[in-house]
Design a binder for this molecule. Sequence first.
Ligand code: SAH
Ligand code: SF4
Length: 383
Amino acid sequence: MMPAEPDFPVSRLLGLTRTELFTQVESWGFSRVHAARLWRYLHWECAESLGEMDALPARVRARLASELGDAKASVAPAVASESRSNDGFTRKFLLELGDGRLIETVLMRFSGRVTACVSSQAGCAMGCVFCATGQMGFGRHLHAGEIVAQAVHVQRILRHAPAAGPGQHRLRNVVLMGMGEPLHNYDAVMKAVAILHDPSGVALGAERITLSTVGVVPGILRMAEEKPPVHLAVSLHAATQEERARLVPVTAKWPLDELMAACRVYSERTGRRIFYEWTLIDGQNDSPSAARAVGRLLRGLPAQVNLIPLNPTAGYGGLPGHAEAARKFQAVLADEFRIPSTIRQRRGIDIAAGCGQLAAASGQSSFPHLSSLLRQSPLLPQS
Ligand code: SAH
Ligand code: SF4
């Protein structure tokens, strides 16, 4: 299905590649110099409104305002609300799209780097039982500009924040691990990736974007052919079709053996290692025998396993795996299979309450406030 038409005006501009933006501006009768300035304002200065773009002549700004249909000439998404973790390292934004839908974007500070976790859809159609976004169902695809806008939003925050140490002044990594299934919205996601890589814009370095998929086999095979410059993470959670079906319903459509075959093709064609995500659920998939099953499944594949303690959600009764179980799981993978793994930290957990308040204020009862907030912070790629 094609992405819906962009809803908030800026996405029309932010969703254009540099070449497309130049063509667009020239079609309005303005010069390439103006196009270059506009690009810089949007993707480098991260301007919030046309009013800030004073190096553009008034007639150019007037035309833009009329094209955008925005009386206030805002070029930034509306922040419906925000919450911060007590340690100050994690900030979660609820961004409001033009049609009133809310999406989540999270800014995470680490020593020496900042990562943005961005959404690819409002809601999700895949229905994983433990996931708050899955529990809320599918809203719509995001347009490329709406994905780019989330990274630009984080970059804007960093530009205006007081210097906070090395690597803290600009966005370095983006993870497509917010709301939605990125490979269900392939074209818009890949266009956003290309725009975010543009060296004259947000300029994310090669391989600084990680895309996490539930296992959309046609999308993985397409990535194997097209080789976009992103890391691939595959959410596995179970090592047999039967067990996986209890957690990830779409495994009925793309069975585990087909998924693993697609992963093999991807790694062979690209020469890249895949990250395999494993949400640890107490008593369900966190035993040493579960670790052995995943070890056997991944044998011979270039792999790293990311273990994520479950964050409880309203619609699912499971509990997080214990830290000790996670350590044993990791030891089995390392000692018996030589498979590297990480245990994701649970950072920024205290902002859950703040987010619950935001959701209540937003009036969207289906918003995955508490749990989805909790699940955002630990999902970090190793870099
Ligand atoms: N749709 C994609 C990307 C978004 S979800 C995917 O499923 O991979 C990103 C990661 O968060 C996935 O690995 C997903 O399984 C995990 N996740 C979702 N809900 C979670 C929860 N409640 N606790 C822990 N991890 C969760
Ligand atoms: Fe969708 Fe990913 Fe949540 Fe599954 S885990 S419902 S694919 S967002």
